[in-house]
Design a protein around this ligand. Structure first.
Ligand code: COA
Length: 250
């Protein structure tokens, strides 16, 4: 449970909505846990045919940097809540749709690689600023992003951390479509209703077949990323980057 994650139900579609607008929906450990629990419940509930992931004016500013800074207080053996959420999302058997407006930073961009449909605002601002924080890619993005958008663009986005627009994300193949900001929720709802009306067994098997060819490679990539990310999180250069963000003048 987290007050910052709202679970909404509309017919056969369950929407997990990030709601921490004062922090641009930056994700805390409690929020990851709430999202993973919601996915687990939705997987087991027959009446849920599709799941939506949404925010508000912003999708998410990524992992809460105060939580990153706090990593040294936790055991390196303890699996991060973000990684557990990503694993739950990657294994989720029903269609997942994302509705992305505003900022989609870090995991806010990489989680899209595990969604079946991504509706993004043309003006949305996506970025993967891992190296800027002295971190490395996560969420299988070291493998999946290049598959979606080509190695040249993926390397640039992952290595430089430069932002790119929703329109660029759709043109590159990371998003299904880019629409006007005001249309994002309606377009995602329309596509969710389309999928939710289809035979669920066929959808589940189709999703499994679409993902199967690279399932083993994805697992290996996520495990390697997780180990390296955990080390980097505790490195002096990453801790300095977190401290610099947290000490920014108001
Ligand atoms: N973790 C913790 N707090 C965050 C946050 C994050 N990832 N992202 C934003 N916030 C907080 C800000 O500290 C600020 O809080 P305050 O009002 O108490 O000072 C509030 O959310 C609004 O953010 P602000 O930076 O003022 O908004 P902006 O529109 O100028 O910039 C971003 C938006 C997303 C570009 C900027 O907040 C940012 O770069 N955030 C960090 C993103 C990041 O590196 N995430 C981790 C990726 S691995």
């Amino acid at each position: 449970m987290s007050e910052h994650v709202l679970i909404e139900r509309g017919g056969a579609v369950l929407t997990i909505r990030l709601h921490r607008p004062e922090k641009k929906n930056a994700l805390t450990r409690a929020m990851y846990r709430a999202m993973a629990e919601a996915l687990e419940a939705a997987a087991g509930e027959e009446a849920v045919r599709a799941v939506g992931l949404a925010g508000g004016a912003d999708f998410t500013a990524g992992n809460d940097i105060a939580d990153f800074a706090d990593a040294t207080a936790r055991s390196p053996e303890e699996p991060g809540a973000g990684f557990l959420f990503l694993e739950a999302l990657a294994a989720f058997p029903k269609p997942v749709l994302a509705a992305v407006r505003g900022h989609a930073v870090g995991i806010g961009t990489t989680l899209l690689l595990h969604c079946d449909v991504v509706v993004v605002a043309e003006t949305a601002r996506l970025m993967t600023p891992f190296t800027r924080l002295a971190l490395v890619p996560e969420g299988g993005s070291s493998l999946l992003l290049a598959q979606r958008v080509g190695p040249a663009r993926a390397s640039w986005w992952l290595l430089s951390g430069e932002p790119f627009s929703g329109r660029a994300a759709a043109e590159a193949g990371l998003a299904t479509c880019a629409v006007d900001d005001a249309e994002v929720e309606a377009e995602a709802a329309r596509r969710a209703a389309t999928l939710a009306a289809l035979p669920p067994g066929a959808l589940r098997d189709s999703k499994r077949l679409i993902r199967a060819p690279q399932a083993a490679a994805l697992q290996a990539a996520m495990a390697a990323e997780r180990a390296c990310f955990g080390e980097r999180l505790r490195s002096p250069e990453a801790q300095a980057a977190f401290a610099a963000f947290l000490k920014r003048p108001a």
